[in-house]
Design a binder for this molecule. Structure first.
Ligand code: SDX
Length: 436
């Protein structure tokens, strides 16, 4: 590269400026030097929804949207999904390296012994209506954990952060299972420390009167793979919320509650629930063309399709499709899969989707599996939040370690009025009366 910089001419002043290029970016702050006179504030960059803005340096997750590549700490997602347990991947995200056997055993032990919840949380959750949306329950309950761990406010202490990271990774499945049991009116099930992370989650979901819960190995592995696929995804909307709220030095429980709230949106993690509702609305293959006409007219979106970064097939969707077949051997085939496969086939041949580079994303097939496992659509995003907790926390910890990071506070382009003359209420009333 001859020069890693860019030269800009300000045609207002005919002055030129040379800005350094680093990692394919120019520092936004460098534009402040481009002024019309010394009193001028200088130029800002304007990027609604951060479509083209890097907010941080991170070594956690690498995405190549054009090639459909996803790596956690440099390991391809396909390799991790095939060979690892979820806790192994959570360790990788948090510490940056895959654990050896001893490290993994210690890590699993540290998580396992923190799965119980304070009785206050149980009583708190009993206050929700029988039909409360589980994401509303999860977001609220995670925030409520903040009141039980006041030490968590010491966010600049790495050891303290790790303590909270362990607590949250351990407790999020317990909270999630309690949301599920609340929704079906069953008593809560205590964690069983003899079981693996995923098997224990299944135990807290589905154990009834039997003395010991025995997880179906195929379903346990499928959940493990789904958890690995959902664990992190660089600077997505909810991770941005985690970093932004965390940047004010809010504790990790309140920050993660905000991240989960962001995830609940239908354009983000809430899409998996909307995909199922879309497939139910379509109902049969022969009604796919009519639905796609509504998508192309802009009336509805094809939920589970499209991505801000992937302009190719989401690598996670490919693995989820394969996992679906494993699950269906146990649960029986979910007929929604046939509609989804036909919908994908038709969409990928349609110019509207081709020119916009719209492909299935992680949410397109995951809900079909979850439904086959017996989950209701409103619970699907909870199943996304559980593993993403590890990613949110790894990103939050990385932010606190980054000397360049400080409280997030964007600027704006002000479009409102200025210096308006104040009118007393009587004068305003008189004007309104005059207008009749
Ligand atoms: C997740 O960011 C992450 O990494 C997220 C995630 C993670 O792991 O954290 O990967 C998880 O959130 C996956 C995305 C789940 N959401 C959905 O499936 C909802 C449906 N998808 C869309 O809402 C949309 O694709 C987004 C929100 C995912 C991305 O939106 P962008 O990047 O803002 O793209 P855009 O809205 O600017 O779309 C570009 C064009 C537009 O058409 P034109 O205005 O140019 O004519 O593509 C169209 C859009 O209308 N378009 C769609 C579409 N997605 C984009 N048209 C129909 N159906 C869609 N799904």
């Amino acid at each position: 590269m001859p020069f890693d910089n860019v030269t800009i001419t300000d045609n207002r002043t005919n002055r030129t400026y040379t800005l350094p290029i680093e990692h394919g970016t120019v520092r936004s702050a460098d534009f402040r030097n481009i002024r019309t006179d010394p009193a001028d504030f200088g130029l800002m960059t304007y990027d609604p929804a951060f479509v083209n803005t890097a907010s941080c340096r991170s070594s956690i997750t690498y995405l190549d949207g054009e090639r459909g590549i996803l790596e956690y700490r440099g390991y391809p997602i396909e390799t991790l999904a095939e060979h690892c347990s979820f806790l192994e991947v959570a360790y990788l995200l948090v510490f940056g390296e895959l654990p050896d056997r001893t490290e993994l055993q210690d890590w699993a032990s540290e998580i396992t012994r923190r799965t119980m919840l304070h009785e206050n949380i149980r009583k708190f959750m009993e206050g929700f209506r029988y039909d409360a949306h589980p994401m509303g329950m999860l977001v609220s309950s995670v925030a409520a954990l903040s009141t039980l761990y006041p030490d968590a406010k010491h966010v600049q202490d790495p050891a303290n952060r790790l303590q909270q990271i362990k607590r949250l990774i351990a407790k999020i499945p317990t909270i999630a299972a309690m949301c599920y049991r609340h929704g079906v009116g069953f008593p809560y099930v205590f964690p069983d420390n003899d079981l693996s992370y995923t098997e224990n989650f299944m135990n807290m979901l589905w154990k009834m009167a039997e003395p010991k819960y025995a997880a179906n190995a195929v379903l346990a592995r499928a959940l493990e793979v789904l958890f690995i696929l959902h664990a992190d995804h660089e600077q997505n909307c909810s991770t941005n919320a985690m970093r932004s709220v965390g940047s004010s030095q809010a504790d990790p429980y309140l920050s993660l509650s905000a991240a989960a709230a962001a995830l609940s949106g239908p354009l983000h993690g809430g899409a998996n629930e909307q995909v199922l509702r879309m497939l139910e609305e379509i109902g049969s293959k022969d009604r796919i063309p009519a639905y796609l006409d509504r998508v192309k007219s802009g009336e509805v979106k094809l939920m589970g399709f499209g991505h801000r970064v992937y302009k190719n097939y989401d690598p996670r969707a490919k693995i989820i499709k394969w996992t679906a077949e494993q699950v269906f051997r146990v649960t029986g085939r979910n007929p929604k899969l046939d509609i989804a496969l036909e919908l994908e086939r038709i969409a990928l041949e349609d110019e509207y989707f081709i020119e916009r580079k719209l492909y299935p994303n992680v949410d397109f097939y995951s809900g079909i599996i979850y439904q086959a496992m017996g989950f209701k659509p409103e619970f699907f995003t909870v199943l996304f939040a559980i593993p993403r907790t590890a990613g949110w926390l790894a990103q939050w910890d990385e932010m606190h370690r980054d000397p360049e990071q400080k409280i997030a506070r964007p600027r704006q382009i002000y479009t409102g009025e200025r210096q308006r003359a104040f009118l007393a209420i009587e004068e305003r009333q008189a004007i309104a009366a005059a207008k009749g």
